[in-house]
Design a binder for this molecule. Structure first.
Ligand SMILES: C[S@@+](CC[C@H](N)C(=O)[O-])C[C@H]1O[C@@H](n2cnc3c(N)ncnc32)[C@H](O)[C@@H]1O
Length: 222
C-alpha cells in the first residue's frame, strides 16, 4: 500500500526492535509500513473512532498482516499495554496531542520514546513534554506535497531549554538546512500578514509577533 512522504519519514525514525503504539492510526498505513521494515518492530494500531478502526482492519487484512499488527479501539493512551515502549502521535493538532497525554499521565510516564508530529502549536508540545520528564532527542522536517511538517522525538530525561530553543526547536537550531529556512520563511510571511490584519487595539499581540519576525529573520539570514 502506498504511504505518503510524511508517514514514511515518521516510520523511518522508529528504532529497530521497538514496540509501538500508534495513537490515532486512522488507516494504519504507518503500522503496515513499520512491520514491513525488517527492523523487528511490533505495532499496535489504535484509534478512538469505529470508522478508522474498521478501515485499519480492512487494510491490515488485505496485506495479510493480522498476526503482526494488533488493532485496538480506545481513547488516546488507554490502549497501552506493558509491552509498548514507543508511542507515535501524528497528524493531530498540538493541543489535542497534549490533551491525549494529559488525560492519562500515569501511562504517559511509562513510555520511553515519543514520536510526535503535531500540525500546529509545536512550542506548547515541546514545553509540555520537557516539563514532564522528557527531553528533545531529535527533530526532523519532512516535505509532503505543499507542506513541511515537524517531527519531534522525545526521550526520558531532563534538559533545560532557552526561549529561542523552545520557539525553533533545539535540534533544528543546530542542524538548520534548506527545509529549516523554507519553513521559517513561511512562518515569517504568515506573521507579516497577521500584523497587517490585526486592528491597532491588539497592541500586545502585534508587539509579540513583530519580535518573533525579528527573531526568525536573525536565524534565517545568517
Ligand atoms: C488526522 S488523523 C491522523 C492519522 C495518522 N496518525 C496520520 O498521521 O496521518 C487523526 C486520527 O486520530 C483519531 N483520534 C482523534 N482523537 C483521538 C484520541 N483522543 N484518541 C485516539 N485517536 C484519536 C481520529 O479518529 C483520526 O483517525
Amino acid at each position: 500500500m502506498k504511504i505518503n512522504a510524511r508517514l514514511k519519514k515518521i516510520g523511518d525514525l522508529v528504532e529497530a526492535n521497538s514496540s509501538c503504539l500508534d495513537v490515532g492510526c486512522d488507516h494504519a498505513l504507518l503500522d503496515i509500513y513499520l512491520v514491513r521494515q525488517n527492523k523487528n518492530i511490533r505495532a499496535v494500531a489504535s484509534d478512538i473512532a469505529e470508522g478508522p478502526v474498521e478501515q485499519a482492519k480492512r487494510n491490515i487484512k488485505r496485506e495479510r498482516l493480522e498476526e503482526e499488527i494488533d488493532v485496538r479501539i480506545g481513547e488516546g493512551l488507554s490502549t497501552y499495554t506493558k509491552d509498548i515502549n514507543t508511542v507515535i502521535i501524528s497528524g493531530m493538532g498540538g493541543r489535542s496531542t497534549v490533551a491525549i497525554c494529559k488525560n492519562n499521565m500515569k501511562i504517559f510516564r511509562k513510555i520511553d520514546t515519543y514520536i510526535i508530529s503535531p500540525n500546529n502549536y509545536q512550542e506548547e508540545v515541546k514545553r509540555f513534554f520537557t516539563k514532564n520528564g522528557y527531553y528533545i532527542a531529535n527533530e526532523e522536517f519532512v516535505r509532503d506535497k505543499r507542506f513541511i511538517y515537524q517531527i519531534i522525538i522525545f526521550k526520558k530525561g531532563k534538559k533545560k531549554y532557552t526561549k529561542k530553543e523552545y520557539f525553533f526547536g533545539p535540534v533544528f537550531l543546530m542542524k538548520k538546512g534548506p527545509l529549516f529556512r523554507e519553513y521559517y520563511e513561511k512562518e515569517m510571511k504568515s506573521r507579516e500578514i497577521l500584523i497587517s490584519l490585526l486592528p491597532n487595539s491588539f497592541r500586545y499581540k502585534k508587539y509579540k509577533t513583530k519580535k518573533e519576525i525579528k527573531m526568525i529573520k536573525n536565524e534565517i539570514e545568517d
